[in-house]
Design a protein around this ligand. Structure first.
Ligand code: HSE
Length: 306
């Protein structure tokens, strides 16, 4: 029986403009890496080798909370030792906590002989999100575990729909400021005027239809968020200038990645995605905001052993 595995869990872009809390996709880079092994105790032991400060008590750690909920479902007292090897920067808006949760439950599931499917693991990983942000949303953990684009059609009961897509390339620029998901959820209005809701659900349906039918123009026309982006844009310096620069460089669409501060754009080919990257980088450089930039195709596989 295998006793130890190393896991890579990918970053993810949640919301994908119009789909707040329901749409997301996985990236090839960046990602989390951890090692998980059986131990002889009945507890979870955590070690951190990353440069980031991570809570290491099991009731506060995203990975441990997610894993514990899986062990509870199995009524298992198996102990695990988890070593965090590298991490997506927390608070970046590309699913750092989701990657941690997905890596833990996926790794333990592999060691235990796969009692659960990837899709079933989503419900456990969501418990990690609850600890990280106060809300058990699944739009990062579902693509982190299952790869590709995913739609959360319903939370109660949980109904996850994988969405096929034509080749699309993401450009993600991460300004080096931290926005906590819990904070950027608190500022959202709790009520939506019906006129805005109509626009938004038209775009969600259009985006899903565009992905299914490989219709790039429809994908581009649908990448608009009239509800969440206008509020959260206030937290991201230069947001509208950078979005315009991405569109001028040929992107299909551009919006906030998850709860920000990262901004993502989608392009139909890699050359355009690289051009968009230069344009977006320039937007932050010229106001002196340090930034990291990633260009990646959509990751179809999701979390994996490495
Ligand atoms: N849908 C979540 C939000 C994603 O926008 O708050 C957080 O990464």
């Amino acid at each position: 029986m295998q006793k130890e595995v190393k896991i890579f869990a990918p970053a993810t872009v949640a919301n994908v403009a119009c789909g707040f809390d329901v749409l997301g996709f996985a990236l090839n880079i960046p990602g989390d890496e951890l090692r998980i092994a059986f131990n002889d105790s009945d507890s979870l032991e955590l070690h951190n080798e990353t440069p980031y400060e991570l809570p290491l008590s099991p009731e506060k750690n995203v990975t441990a909370v997610a894993l514990q909920s899986m062990l509870d479902a199995l009524q298992s007292k198996q102990g695990f030792t988890i070593t965090f090897l590298s991490k997506i920067m927390p608070g970046s808006g590309v699913g750092s906590s989701a990657a941690s949760a997905a890596a833990g439950v996926f790794g333990a599931n592999e060691l235990l002989g796969r009692p659960f499917t990837r899709r079933q693991l989503v419900a456990f990983a969501m418990q990690g999100e609850r600890v990280a942000s106060g809300s058990a949303h699944a739009d990062n953990v579902a693509p982190a575990l299952m790869g590709g684009f995913t739609l959360i059609r319903s939370y109660t009961p949980l109904d996850i729909i994988p969405i096929p897509s034509p080749p699309v390339f993401a450009t993600v620029v991460h300004p080096q400021i931290e926005v906590r998901t819990s904070d950027s959820r608190k500022i959202l209005r709790q009520e939506v005027p019906i006129r805005k809701a109509v626009e938004q659900w038209g775009n969600v349906a259009g985006l899903v239809a565009g992905l299914f039918t490989s219709n790039y123009d429809l994908i581009g026309r649908s990448l608009h968020d009239v509800i969440v982006e206008p509020v959260r844009a206030l937290l991201i310096p230069e947001f509208y200038a950078i979005k315009q620069a991405a569109m001028d460089a040929g992107a299909l669409g551009c919006s906030i990645s998850g709860s920000g501060p990262s901004i993502f754009a989608l392009s139909r080919d890699e050359a355009t995605a690289q051009k968009v990257a230069q344009a977006m980088r320039h937007g932050f450089d010229h106001v002196g905001i340090e930034n990291h930039i990633f260009v990646s195709p959509v990751n179809k596989e999701g979390v994996r052993i490495f």
